[in-house]
Design a protein around this ligand. Sequence first.
Ligand code: AHR
Length: 611
Amino acid sequence: AITVDPKASGAKIDDTMYGVFFEDINRAADGGLYSELVQNRSFEYSTDDNRSYTPLTSWATSGTAKAVNDDGRLNARNRTYLSLDGGSSVTNSGYNTGISVEEGKVYNFSVWARAEQASALTVTLADSEGALAGARRVTARGGWTKYTAKFTATRTSANGRLTVAAEGPVALDMISLLPRDTYKGHGLRKDLAQKIAALDPSFVRFPGGCLVNTGSMEGYDEASGWQRKRSYQWKDTIGPVEQRATNANFWGYNQSYGLGYYEYFQFSEDIGAMPLPVVPALVTGCGQNKATDDDALLKRHIQDTLDLIEFANGPVTSEWGKKRAQMGHPKPFHLTHLGVGNEENLPNEFFARFKQFRAAIEAKYPDITVISNSGPDDTGSTFDTAWKLNREANVDMVDEHYYNSPQWFLQNNDRYDSYDRNGPKVFLGEYASQGNAFKNALSEAAFMTGLERNADIVKLASYAPLLANEDYVQWRPDMIWFNNHASWNSANYEVQKLFMRNVGDRVVPSTATGTPSLNGPISGAVGLSTWATSAAYDDVSVTGADGATLLSDDFSGDASKWTHTGGGSWSIQDGQYVQTDAAAENTMVSAGDPAWHDYDLHVKATKKSGK
Ligand code: AHR
């Protein structure tokens, strides 16, 4: 039974309560929201990004065509280019199934070229059935110059290929094909951007997640082109795209940074949402757990963060405000909140650095809310220590993350009822029940009523992750799914939309009796995730809340009852369940159980070291 007291007044709910969290995971940016159709347009793919990559990944060559990295390069941040002899050609296969075009739509082609003697380039767009548009010709001559052409698709296809054939010797770089029709003309794929906009989110947290604070904190080395698998450093991602040095993505592929900080700010503005960037705090998380002790480097990152605020909000006369204006946005982007760090596993080391970021930001920009975090999940000593430090440091807001079973979400509706009203506010920056089924969405909706009841302390909340390309899934569940030519919403999306589009002003207190429960078949992922590129498990068991064992294995026998998603190959070796390649950096092992249960799943596994 539910009892409502219409006369009583509960917590005030801020308009900013619900937003989205965007991370380039599951090819959410390159091959997703960023509308570039050519994969590896700058020939910068490297084994640093993925063991299987070469500078010619996704390119087929005919005649004499080779990737070259020498002094003849386009610029210091775009090192490798393509050298074609006369009569040779290259063909790009796009992402996944190919280049997707729609009949009647216009596509903008561009290429940077250098040719000592004039060389005509013939550019064609075709699939296995033939041409998808009339061929185009441009003539390259002299030093590096950008050439452009337009295609109008005569047929719809999801399997297109783009070919550039040279009549004479020529050097090429940044071979690009972008649809003319993008969201508000700002370069983002329209159907995906529209789906995000339709949620009416109040904020966009970006650019990640683990993407932000993993890898090297060093900058890009222009002299050597040394990549170092850099953490996400915003200055790498602005300015002309051909000058943005690409980088390894924590999720196992290359990120072009075509969708960079300017585009994130622009997209937030386009959908009427508050931008909420997260910067690395010189401590890595997500299994890497390393604190950088270089004081000069720390100071540089702190200065970069101050510069970021100036880039977003500063006048056009300021150094970084001027760069924003040069990119096309003289007006400020109205940055008010900023996250420092993500899922920090080393709370003491993190806080030593966080406090220095915060002091510098508050000294120059006292109106900015600096957000801290509570570690990788909501359990264990890291969480307790982080919260203690957050309270002691009088932090404004703490970013919490958790991924749990639907039953957990039902049972923890009261989670924030007991949070200290005098302590930091909460930003629930990532959460999801483990699945895209209706029961998952329902349990999230129930949990969100608990967030609203505690809206005096829970100030911001975003489901995660937001996007997944069905041909490149590393993490599930996800809110919006897509392939090269279509996209669709999950049940979880509909719940988010319902809450985001109907944010109340104030909670009307109510009480309910009865025990929440979700009866349904347990299936799908049960949550063994591996951060390492290669892993092995032993003694895995899945038990219910009542202790009943659903599945257990010391892997002395049958591998067939274990399935997994997310790619990668697994096999049983010497009594261990072993990932035998590093294709997938995050794999969920699942134990499909056809029976109906009312269990809170507990998964136990021993991760073997040295693998
Ligand atoms: O949302 C996917 C990942 O989950 C994020 O990158 C990370 O912050 C969390 O562990």
